[in-house]
Design a binder for this molecule. Sequence first.
Ligand code: ADP
Ligand code: TZD
Ligand code: MG
Length: 577
Amino acid sequence: MAEAAMKAPMAEAERELTDGFHLIIDALKLNGVKTIYGVPGIPITDFGRMAQASGIRVLSFRHEQNAGYAASIAGFLTKQPGICLTVSAPGFLNGLTALAHATTNCFPMILMSGSSEREIVDLQQGDYEEMDQLAIAKPLCKAAFRVLHAADIGTGLARAIRAALSGRPGGVYLDLPAKLFGQVMDAEAGKKSLVKVIDPAPAQIPAPDAVKRALDVLKSAKKPLIILGKGAAYAQADADIKALVEKTGIPFLPMSMGKGLLPDTHPQCAGAARSTVLAQSDVVMLIGARLNWLLSHGKGKSWGEPHSKKFIQIDIEPKEMDSNVEIAAPLVGDIGSCVSALLHGLGGHWTAPPADWVKAVASKRDENVAKMAPRLMNNNNPMDYHGALGVLRTIVKERPDAILVNEGANALDLTRGIIDMYQPRKRLDVGTWGVMGVGMGYAIAAAIETGKPVLAIEGDSAFGFSGMEIETICRYNLPVCVVIFNNDGIYRGTDVNTSNADPATTVFVKGARYDKMIEAFGGVGVNATTPDELKRAVNAAMDSGKPTLVNAVLDPAAGSESGRIGNLNPQSALKKK
Ligand code: ADP
Ligand code: TZD
Ligand code: MG
């Protein structure tokens, strides 16, 4: 500012000036933003430097999509919008996938992108990285704004923060044209123009009659079930959710990222009896979980049809109700307020669910857990998923505060089923889209935002989508241990193409040594061929906090098509020729 003032004509030198660069930084800091995830370049390079100099942590990635995924999960973990910063057109588009992902998963995130000269872009005269970014972002996020004047920066950011956090959280696009950064204005007026967003996610208290209706339906149940989704994890109402589950005595089923809200080893956990509770329950209370494909849309054989059941749904988004099936008791509000109202309504005496139901669920669960146990203790060479996951499961049990990032097909489904979680928001995975590529971005943001060690269990294909970010992990010296379940390909490494010399579409280089990649950047690489070797390597990494990549060599024949969701593959009716 002082420098700008010196260069300004005499009349202006007497008053202090500010500009777009500084106003954006001041607005971010005023609203508590501590970290920006991005990739530098025109027109935001200097902005990144200045933000860093001002004390904001600016983390540079190798690809915007990974920076965007990092920002999205930062939003989930902190209940503050994660900030991603990109350059115009291609950088923006690279970040846009993550913005759409954040919106789909209900994570608060702001994609701030530099953009090219409006006058040239709108006349389509071929500017450097020309694109009408605002129009393109709009249908893919919750809200999109463009700031043209430095005096509007405060309002622009305030609108973005509110849009990301209020109601159902989601992704917001903020367009920052190149010219904005250098726009100068009076410093005092600039300061006044900034907005500190007060109460961006106001409590949304449920209506008393909706609470009563929900309790009445719950009371009528003979075989009740509570499903905890990632919305419940996001809400950070951990103690009340635990109290509600324990006071009612109702079995609970955690969705993937809802795992750990109550420990998977909790006596009421029905995780290992999933098909039984879905099919046999008569009343289901959904807390922050949608009846989308991940819950078979709340109908059909897996839900025990033709028997019908009643749903109670807690969600902040009223339009979610009846999206797939009738909701007998919609409870619209924020999860914290709704759960606390339910707890209140339970009063002193609540009749526990019928003992035969609770017992049936527990014994089914124990039976399934016992069936799995011997497989997890195998020391087979080549390794299979169960042998590898048996040791990783113990490592997570011993470090319940570590964060588990997980993606792949078999590598995802088997890890989810086998590794118990003990604390809320410790399991981060592919989410609503089942997207590959979140791995390294999630791992980086998890380490940065929580300061806890991170274990990323990655299919070899899944890892490839963000693998270059292991340089980022090494550069910032993050406590991340990446374990690659290397079965030579997508689902399996055994497919054969019989028509020409090309490899089959699902297989990769056989015997690939991913561990060597991290050595190029000064990290620790380990090739593990047995569960014992895997255990030693991961324990060492989790204890030392050194960036580590373990290439876990799995039997290429281990794994099945699409993991647990092979049924979603369309089938050709024509006979193979
Ligand atoms: P899962 O994939 O774990 O089943 P979903 O992403 O389908 O979970 O569902 C999360 C739901 O939680 C969304 O419908 C979203 O509107 C809701 N939600 C998110 N945050 C809150 C909150 N603070 N209060 C109430 N509902 C919330
Ligand atoms: N592209 C994106 C962005 N997301 C996807 N989900 C896919 C492609 C399709 N896909 C899956 O759904 S899982 C998967 C792909 C490519 C990779 C599975 O292989 P893996 O895991 O090596 O990661 P396993 O253990 O071999 O099954
Ligand atoms: Mg694989």
